[in-house]
Ligand binder design. Sequence first.
Ligand code: NAD
Ligand code: UDP
Ligand code: UDP
Length: 317
Amino acid sequence: MRRTILITGGAGFLGSHLCDRLIADGHDVICVDNYFTGRKQNIEHLIGHPRFELLRHDVTFPLYIEVDEIYNLACPASPIHYQHDPVQTTKTSVHGAINMLGLAKRLKCRIFQASTSEVYGDPSIHPQTEDYWGNVNPIGPRSCYDEGKRCAETLFFDYWRQHRLEIKVARIFNTYGPRMLPNDGRVVSNFVVQALKGEPITIYGDGNQTRSFCYVDDLIEGFVRLMGSPRELTGPVNLGNPGEFTIKELAELAIEMTGSKSTLTFLPLPQDDPKQRQPNISLAKEQLGWQPNVPLRDGLRHTIEYFDRLLSEGAAA
Ligand code: NAD
Ligand code: UDP
Ligand code: UDP
């Protein structure tokens, strides 16, 4: 059934891919963004499409529009960007959630929250399951993001309990792919851009910390399945790729796949950087029939092609 769907953060990395997917599925999409880390280039191919509408708006302010479904993705995701103005990051997560929940409550519509594996902090159980409560520093440099997202989850579950709102909470693990910002600061974009430019690959710490990398197309399929799941399935549901790699392995892969002459350089590990991270996705497999299909090498190939094109156009120079 054709629906009108609001995507906050729709001009960002994940949001723009979600816009593409929902337009392709035949829906009307309203993309809301304040362009803090999003770019018009990510969605410019949709501008002028009869079922696409773009709205410059900051979700920390109320929004009165009429839609059938809401995906709430607005929030900077890279540590560099979310630590740039930490108070604004918390406001975006918390006030943004309140406003979008208020909108969903008035419209009696489903609302999806892009939560994060960061709610597990530096996890003491491995791999992480949804029933793990996490190990988060409440007063550190990552707290604006981690605690902001945790508070947003609290709000979602209180609106569900108090107002019977239909909520869908996804805990997203590290995701990568085309349309990440070249200077975004996240590890995949940093390493690929550095390798393509022949610059030193910046490994923070000894590179033995691990992450599990999900290709964007796989993740977006998970979003759509979760949103379409039965009412009782509120989540939180882990969405990510269980393939776990050390950061050093990722650096070596980026060098190998680009044929780069880049060397490795070791820089201090940022405070509170989680040592390991891997999703347990049993719940998503059982309840959504979802699992990622794109191996790291294949996803990296698409990502390398994207950044190579961007660099040759001079956009990331
Ligand atoms: P991104 O930074 O590319 O996208 C975020 C978008 O939100 C940007 O377009 C930005 O301009 C917009 N935005 C920020 N503050 C806003 C505000 N106050 N009002 C309106 N728009 C605002 O990041 P992303 O990787 O696409 O992440 C999207 C969502 O998914 C975020 O909520 C993030 O926390 C979550 N997430 C992403 C990952 C990942 O690996 N990519 C992992 C876990 C969670
Ligand atoms: N809100 C919004 N759009 C709407 C309805 C509500 O942005 O269509 C905002 C509004 O600013 C409010 C917040 O959502 O502060 C929470 O709404 P709710 O109805 O839950 O709370 P209340 O208005 O009673 O404080
Ligand atoms: N990282 C790194 N070099 C970089 C960027 C990141 O070694 O140029 C490391 C970072 O310290 C962390 C991991 O890569 O251990 C993932 O970092 P990212 O910022 O992508 O995501 P998050 O820490 O939020 O998982």
